[in-house]
Design a binder for this molecule. Structure first.
Ligand SMILES: O=C(O)CCC(=O)C(=O)O
Length: 264
């Protein structure tokens, strides 16, 4: 469970790093799941997004549908316990995705806030105690392999008026204007999520984040589980997302139970 100091750090910075949560055996099983999810044998191939080159996989959505390992990882106590500490007792999986950042091919993620997209899905509240994402690093990650990058404390701005960028990558995104990123990072700097596979990072929906290309010879696979408070579900009448994909918002209808197990 998180200490009071860790909770205060999350409140202040909008993220918290939990080192060594998954061991080498668990990471190997999640890596094997990642390889299965990127193949056409996947039960839901439409859930996968390809990079602009038309060949390399960019992302697999709704991973819990086809991977028992991912399905356990999203509920296991060492991940979901801290999530519930921050969001409350009744929490469900809002969305999941696995971003592959293929070696030498993986494209950028422009600076953005996840809640800017979730707002378009009709989710009423995007505060740091309403929605957050657990990132599980599946590969050892360095500055060269396109790590996730945060502007610490940027969640305190609330939702920043976004630009809808349909041209930079293969996937349209509500991005934060460059001048806003500059203003926010001039004060706080930028933090890179580098470190060994098995590291977990919890970050909130209004935290400004992005990543550059993968210039390394190794893939950088990041698994993401986005959670929402059960009483903050999207209001369908307020959904305005332009590029709809049925795998983007999880069909899971009920609040999750914790999986009491040491390993996935
Ligand atoms: O995986 C990355 O590098 C960025 C992921 C991200 O920000 C997203 O999927 O919204």
């Amino acid at each position: 469970m998180l200490t009071q100091e860790q909770i205060a750090q999350y409140d202040r910075d909008g993220f918290i790093v939990l080192k060594g949560l998954f061991d080498a055996d668990e990471v190997a099983r999640l890596q094997a799941a990642a390889e299965h999810l990127r193949t056409p044998q996947r039960a839901h191939p439409d859930a996968n997004v390809i990079e602009k080159d038309g060949v390399s996989i960019r992302a697999a959505w709704a991973v819990e549908l086809d991977s028992p390992e991912c399905n356990k990882a999203m509920r296991i106590e060492k991940v979901f316990g801290p999530v519930k500490q921050l969001l409350g007792e009744r929490v469900y999986l809002f969305q999941s995705r696995l971003n592959y950042k293929v070696a030498g091919k993986g494209d950028v993620f422009q600076w953005h806030q996840d809640y800017a997209s979730w707002f378009m899905d009709g989710v009423p509240e995007g505060g740091h105690r309403d929605m957050l994402t657990a990132l599980v690093m599946l590969d050892d990650t360095t500055s060269e392999s396109g790590p996730l990058r945060f502007v610490p404390g940027s969640h305190k701005e609330g939702m920043i008026d976004p630009i809808y960028d349909t041209w930079t990558t293969s996937y349209p995104l509500h991005i934060v204007p460059d001048e806003t990123v500059k203003r926010l990072s001039d004060g706080s700097g930028i933090v890179e999520c580098v470190g060994p596979a098995g590291t977990v990072v919890l970050f909130c929906g209004n935290l400004v984040h992005g990543s550059s290309e993968n210039r390394s010879p190794r893939d950088r696979r990041n698994l993401y589980f986005a959670y929402n408070r059960d009483n903050n579900r999207p209001v369908s009448a307020k959904s305005r997302r332009q590029h709809k994909n049925p795998y983007i918002v999880s069909p899971t209808s009920s609040a999750l139970d914790v999986l009491h197990a040491a390993k996935i």
